[in-house]
Design a protein around this ligand. Structure first.
Ligand code: ADP
Length: 381
């Protein structure tokens, strides 16, 4: 099967957008993401790549998902057929890209990487499809952000390994079919709910990634400290883990920060005291909440009387894209019981009030009539 054995990762391919026509020229490794997220930052991407596990055996946690992947990979190897298309969903920083890069490496096949927002028309996707070798992997990050025309273009490619290209228009229009090599599409999404049913159904394998336990995160922190040649005590690794919101990317970022802090303020060793002081300086509290999380909770209390509050209105008030709130702020707050989602919007919980030290008296449940809520009115003026 696998004819090519090279894996082209983000940092190994030129960052070229393939919007240069339909000449099949580019297989760029571009990753364009929603505004305001950590992942937009090229330095963040470099750091992610530096610490990314390269083999399945190095992947920590997600036991059930990894176990099922092992079976799929083994069956694929034995049958010498391409792996069925795989959809990975879950909040940012939980390992979707990691698994998408581990799979081709385990299979010894080639990997191409792109992202939904950079595929604005079918012609942007075509070079990736025509370049895909037998059994190779095409990874599309943020696949829910592909425009409908691109989505429709990808259906026959996924199902029959074929693309339909229309040449000319009007009476002279002609459709030609182009055969593709059977390949595997790995899609990643933070919003499986935003995927259309026809696209979701074309993925035979679907896996959901969940938040990590503190123990798993402590293992990741300890391993990565070794990779970064930094000494860290087990208590400090545990402390970083507890404050990382169940997210490996966060844990890695706090490790990087505590390491800088230890180099400058201590003797380079990350002890419990050093870790605590470093995280305090970043405004991370005992529950792992940061400034933005607290601001979100306070906005629901102060502006929306504890809720219900719609995410769009919250986003406008905080001047943060609603997407960013939904992807990066809310999942952890929901899981930890700091907010509730109701059909009418987000509600603050007693746990959040206690955490912020706000008494019920300071949060009288107010009717949402608007006339007595000047701040609310301002939002919609
Ligand atoms: P996503 O694509 O879901 O946003 P990534 O796969 O880019 O997340 O993960 C971010 C970083 O977190 C990776 O660079 C890697 O260092 C770390 N990471 C994620 N999942 C794991 C895991 N299961 N084991 C070890 N490290 C992980």
């Amino acid at each position: 099967m696998a004819r090519k054995t090279t894996i082209r990762n983000d940092d190994e391919v030129p960052d070229e957008r393939s919007d240069s026509g339909m000449d099949g020229g580019g297989s760029g490794g571009d990753k364009t993401r929603a505004g305001g997220s950590d992942e937009d930052d090229p330095e963040q991407q470099r750091y992610d790549d530096e610490l990314r596990p390269s083999r399945l055996e190095d992947v920590v946690g997600q036991k059930a998902v990894v176990e099922r992947l092992r079976i799929l990979l083994e069956a694929t190897r034995r049958r010498k057929e391409p792996l069925g298309h795989l959809l990975l969903d879950g909040p940012p920083g939980l390992g979707k890209t990691t698994l998408a890069t581990v799979v081709p490496r385990e299979l010894g096949t080639e990997l191409q990487i792109t992202a939904g927002p950079s595929l604005s028309a079918p012609k942007d996707l075509l070079p990736y499809l025509t370049n895909a070798g037998y059994g190779s992997v095409l990874f599309i990050d943020e696949i829910h952000r592909m425009p409908p025309a691109v989505e429709e273009f990808i259906y026959p490619a996924m199902e029959d390994f074929r693309v339909d290209i229309t040449l000319g228009d009007g009476l002279n229009a002609r459709t030609i079919n182009m055969k593709l090599q059977p390949f595997t599409l790995i899609g990643a999404t933070t919003r499986s709910g935003m995927l259309t049913a026809p696209l979701r159904d074309r993925f035979v394998n679907r896996e959901h990634l969940d938040f990590y336990t503190d123990e798993e995160l402590a293992t990741i922190v300890t391993r990565n400290a070794r990779k970064l040649r930094t000494e860290i005590s087990p208590e400090a690794a545990q402390e970083i883990a507890i404050r990382s919101r169940g997210t490996p990317r966060k844990a890695n970022n706090w490790l990087r920060w505590t390491r800088d802090f230890a180099d400058v303020r201590a003797n380079g060793k990350i002890t419990l005291e050093v870790a605590r002081a470093a995280l305090r300086m970043k405004g991370v509290d005992d529950a792992g909440l940061e400034e933005q999380d607290r601001k979100y909770l306070q906005t629901i209390i102060r502006v929306f009387g504890g809720g219900p509050a719609g995410v769009q209105a919250l986003g406008h008030t905080m001047n943060i894209p609603a997407d960013t709130l939904e992807d990066e702020v809310e999942p952890f707050l929901l899981r930890e019981g700091f907010i509730q989602r109701t059909p009418r919007g987000r509600m603050i919980t007693a746990k959040a009030m206690a955490h912020l030290g706000v008494s019920q008296k300071q949060n009288p449940k107010q009717p949402r009539s608007g006339s007595d809520n000047a701040e609310q009115r301002e939002l919609f003026d």
